[in-house]
Design a binder for this molecule. Structure first.
Ligand code: ZN
Ligand code: ZN
Length: 353
């Protein structure tokens, strides 16, 4: 449901036209879609929103846009203008090399150009990165609002910095930030969205691990189930690294050494003990970090995939949760954001340095 059409040389934006002017277009045979060469038919959506329909659908990728898509575009357009940006819908542009793109909503202020894209059906994440590269080459910051991949988008991703993508619900909310689309647009344009974890800022670190003692050499160590890094002010926004990440054990051991943290806090054992990653592949054996003796690990299902359930499911049996608020050393922060990734959080204006 595109919002733009050409009437001769004049580019029309349906939602910017006064109602009588839009109604006067009905019956016109010389309206052309801006996305393709198809004839454009002025129409109103079920909710009364004016738009232009393709006279014949053809193969145009914009012909299949949903009502949600068009409502989202209009909401972003209005929010951006209310925030003092010059904004337009369905804007064409190209990279310096001439590769073309078309933004759902393009916002400009001074030297800043920000594009908002609402996911059309069928687009996959790889395509997102390719299209983001075109924006980047054109000096445009792209924000993606996705209708699919909810589960993946709600977990940390290493590419969120390059390609900001958030899940958009059917009622035009961004559940991860607890914002409606208008507030999200304002926050994104105002620079209030930040990627968490933020370097040099305190985090709530939780290590979920199972204390083990080697049957051969009696060395103590911890079999790691997961590490959670949360914003101390917004504990629901967190980044989780599953214990099966092969580098997690060694990274944690180094982290505890660097910060001189006492892992004995986890269980009342006298000495600090190393961490070992959870064996993810068959035959699910883990090795003593001291003598290399192998033991097989119990499978614990997929409960670690849901951070919300972590506290209740993990605090059972031998599994212990170690928790402290601290600032991550730059090396561990870099490792974490490159391997596990980051999530978008909303920073109140007053918290900005
Ligand atoms: Zn078209
Ligand atoms: Zn051993």
């Amino acid at each position: 449901m595109p919002l733009t059409a050409l009437h001769g040389e004049i580019r029309l934006v349906s939602v910017d036209l006064p109602s009588p002017a839009f109604e006067a277009l009905r019956g016109a045979t010389d309206l052309v879609m801006t996305c393709c060469e198809a004839r454009a038919i002025p129409k109103r959506s079920v909710l009364g929103l004016p738009f232009f329909a393709h006279h014949s659908r053809g193969t145009c990728e914009y012909a299949g846009e949903s009502e949600l898509h068009v409502l989202a575009k209009v909401e972003i357009l209005r929010a951006a203008r209310a925030a003092g940006w010059v904004a337009d819908v369905e804007v064409r542009g190209h990279t310096p090399e001439g590769q073309r793109w078309r933004a759902d909503v393009l916002c400009e202020r001074g030297r800043h150009r920000v594009a908002f894209e609402v996911q059309r059906s069928g687009i996959v994440l790889q395509e997102l990165h390719a299209r983001q590269a075109l924006y980047r080459a054109s000096g445009v910051r792209g924000f993606w609002l996705m209708r699919t991949h909810e589960r993946r988008l709600r977990q940390a991703q290493p590419w969120q910095h390059e390609t900001p993508a958030l899940y958009l619900s059917h009622d035009r909310h961004i559940p991860d930030l607890n914002l409606n689309l208008t507030s999200f647009t304002r926050a994104a344009l105002g620079g209030h969205l930040k990627l968490f974890p933020i370097p040099d800022q305190p985090v709530q670190l939780r290590v979920v691990a199972e204390p083990k003692r080697c049957f051969r050499c009696f060395q103590n160590f911890y079999l790691t189930r997961a590490v959670l890094v949360a914003d101390p002010e917004i504990p629901t926004q967190l980044v989780m690294t599953p214990g099966i990440h092969p580098e997690l054990g060694p990274q944690l051991t180094t982290l505890f050494q660097t910060l001189d943290l006492d892992a004995g806090f986890l269980v009342p054992w006298p000495q600090t003990a190393p961490f070992v990653s959870w064996p993810s592949t068959a035959p699910h054996t883990f090795r003593c970090p001291n003598c290399g003796a192998a033991r097989s690990a119990a499978r614990f299902g997929k409960t670690w995939l849901d951070p919300a359930q972590a506290a209740t499911t993990w605090a059972r049996g031998d599994v212990r949760v170690w928790e402290r608020t601290l600032t991550l050393p730059p090396e561990y922060h870099a490792w974490l954001t490159q391997t596990t990734g980051q999530v978008w959080v909303l920073r109140p204006r007053t918290n900005k340095p």
